[in-house]
Design a binder for this molecule. Structure first.
Ligand SMILES: [Zn+2]
Length: 80
């Protein structure tokens, strides 16, 4: 996945909940009136699912990582 602009301090992303592939986070320039807005997109290239958010990526990263994954992570730690 190609990013239109570099993203500093990329947050950690969980792998795709559907196929287990690595998730991506990219920044896109989206035309808006005579201007453009910065849009962030998190998702899985393999499955074609993604979330978009303008200007920030905190909400979509939270959404992607989610409480479900936090619980899963805890379970994994208990197993290993
Ligand atoms: Zn996937």
């Amino acid at each position: 996945m190609k990013s239109d602009f570099p993203i500093d301090n990329k947050p950690e992303l969980r792998n795709c909940p559907f196929c287990g592939n690595e998730a991506y986070l990219i920044g896109l320039f989206v035309p808006y009136d005579d201007d453009e807005i910065n849009e962030y997109q998190v998702g899985c290239e393999e499955c074609g699912i993604h979330f978009n958010q303008s200007w920030e990526y905190d909400a979509i990263v939270d959404l992607w990582n989610g409480e479900y994954y936090k619980n899963e992570q805890k379970t994994e730690k208990e197993i290993y």
